[in-house]
Ligand binder design. Structure first.
Ligand code: FES
Length: 121
């Protein structure tokens, strides 16, 4: 069993199962309930967000685990096409322009990706 790098972190993926341009959904136990979130490998760096659009609070992957535009440059909400920066979660185009996805903090250590509960929700 691998110890978490800090209290409250949950193991969500191995880095070698998430090549650049890939995403993975996971459930995060926070405050007595579970939050659906996803982690994205964008050009070798890992970022995670709550799976909830800033426009209408609904999941963004109409097709299961499909969060990115075809070229992998942006996170895209499947409902109305909002585009988000994968490194910050900032909405760059679409109805929630200027708003930001809820960031899920991640720690990458020894080939493992750990996530903690969001603090800005
Ligand atoms: S619900 Fe995501 S852009 Fe409208």
């Amino acid at each position: 069993m691998t110890d978490a790098p800090a209290d409250g972190l949950v193991l969500v993926a191995r880095t070698d199962e998430l090549a650049p341009g890939r995403t993975k959904k996971f459930l995060l136990p926070c405050g007595g309930s579970e939050i659906e979130a996803f982690v994205v490998n964008h050009d070798g760096s890992f970022h995670a967000y709550v799976n909830r659009c800033c426009h209408i609070p609904m999941s963004m992957d109409w097709v299961e685990n499909q969060f990115l535009t075809e070229d992998g440059a942006y996170i895209q909400c499947a409902t109305h096409g909002a585009l988000y920066d994968p490194t910050s979660g900032q909405c760059l185009a679409g109805p929630p322009l200027g708003q930001r996805l809820t960031v899920v903090p991640v720690v990458v250590r020894d080939g493992l990706i750990w996530a903690g509960c969001p603090t800005d929700d």
